[in-house]
Write a protein that binds this ligand. Structure first.
Ligand SMILES: Cc1cc2nc3c(=O)[nH]c(=O)nc-3n(C[C@H](O)[C@H](O)[C@H](O)COP(=O)(O)O)c2cc1C
Ligand SMILES: CCCCC(=O)C(=O)O
Length: 365
């Protein structure tokens, strides 16, 4: 049999589907309820068209960008995804080494199955031009002391920014997980950032409190308790984007959680112009959701995103081939990004303007 050619992120998804327990595959691939938003994220990128410029490019294009003092080899980052040890025995250690080697930021999930200190140590074992950068994602906890203990832990581990996920007053409901009976980590795996956080906590998933009673006051308290940049992840309404800036956040990660929280919310790339208008350049806006191709990255950047995140493709790479798989996914996207820039007549990622992206022309999908 001919070996599979790993040419696209979809090839990694196919390989991951074969490698993974179907219950875990469904957990990663799935979305909330009817998965309308999950599909919309992809469809929206497909509907947007690129209108390239000619005779104005460059042989060697600049891909690098610095955000929150973190130099990145390209404006692509690893959005936070939980439970990497479900995908590969080395879990987040492998992911962190791949991200460091590729020179991109990894946002560590609060629900990682390796402790943030160990993830940071793994990233530091990689020798590269740029110091490895980790940001830390957290859910605000109803008890602010728990949030603060977590922030202290992430800060001491060397994380350079905090990403506060605000789209989860309750957990999204995935009927795939219900049907599969998946509601906890298997024996031997835990949410290691929560283990012994303040006392003898076991690191159970159930320690992560989702609360519908969180308010801007919880965010204000966090904002005042840390010097790290704070980004909000999951703001969708432009009015909330305005409020977030007023409350002193340093950036937004425009995200619908990969279609895993409220189903039928719009695709993130469709919302991007409205959110950017609301923010009016005061803070950078990053985006994730459905990014699978270099053309997707270019469209989001051209519309004004400061960087884009990928969630599932990282887990597919990890499941398919551990550290090498994640690295391969990142290099594949780097190659597609560079190739798309060339075809668009752009000299680099700073040479992209809104005018390059047009709403779908009829008949072109
Ligand atoms: C398996 C999985 C686990 C996730 N875990 C988290 C998490 O712990 N915290 C969080 O804020 N977002 C989490 N997300 C959402 C991602 O950060 C991101 O928003 C989403 O995956 C982006 O869409 P994409 O998968 O289409 O690239 C998770 C997504 C997946 C697929
Ligand atoms: C408590 C873990 C949350 C993981 C998550 O955010 C997701 O699976 O989308």
């Amino acid at each position: 049999m001919r070996a599979r050619m790993m040419l696209t992120t979809a090839d990694f998804e196919d390989a991951a589907r074969e490698a993974l327990d179907p219950v875990y595959y469904d957990y990663v691939a799935g979305g909330a309820r009817d998965e309308v938003t999950l599909r919309a994220n992809r469809e929206a990128f497909g509907r947007l068209n690129l209108l390239p410029r000619i005779l104005r490019g460059r042989d060697k294009r600049d891909l690098d960008r610095t955000l929150f003092d973190c130099p990145m080899s390209m404006p692509l980052l690893l959005s936070p995804t939980a439970f990497h040890r479900l995908a590969h025995p080395e879990g987040e250690l492998a992911t962190a080494r791949a991200a460091a080697a590729a020179g991109v930021v990894m946002i560590v999930s609060m629900a990682s199955t390796v402790a943030v200190e160990d993830i940071a140590a793994a990233a530091r074992t990689v020798t590269t031009e740029r110091p490895p950068a980790l940001w830390f994602q957290l859910y605000l906890q109803p008890d602010p002391d728990v949030t603060e203990a977590l922030v202290e832990r992430a800060t001491a581990a060397g994380c350079a920014a905090l990403v506060v996920t605000v789209d989860s007053p309750v957990l999204g409901l995935h009927e795939r997980n219900k049907r599969n009976g998946f509601d906890d980590l298997p024996t031997g795996m835990a949410c290691e950032n929560l283990r012994n956080l303040r006392g003898g906590e076991p690191g159970s998933v159930r320690q992560i409190a989702m609360s519908a009673e969180l308010s801007w006051e919880h965010l204000d308290r966090l904002r005042h308790s840390t010097r790290l940049p704070v980004l909000l992840k999951g703001v969708l309404h432009p009015e909330d984007a305005r409020l977030a800036v007023e409350h002193g956040v340093d950036g937004l990660l425009l995200s619908n959680h990969g279609g895993r929280q409220l189903d039928t919310v719009p695709a993130t790339v469709d919302l991007l112009p409205e959110i950017l208008d609301a923010v009016a350049g005061r803070v950078p806006v990053l985006l994730d959701g459905g990014v699978r191709r270099g053309t997707d990255i270019v469209k989001a950047l051209a519309l004004g995103a400061a960087a884009v995140g990928i969630g599932r493709p990282v887990v597919w790479g990890l499941a398919a081939d551990g550290e090498d798989g994640v690295r391969a996914v990142l290099e594949l996207l780097r190659g597609e990004l560079d190739h798309t820039l060339a075809l668009c007549g752009a000299t680099g990622v700073d040479d992209l303007v809104r005018d390059l992206v047009r709403p779908g022309f009829p008949g072109l999908r």
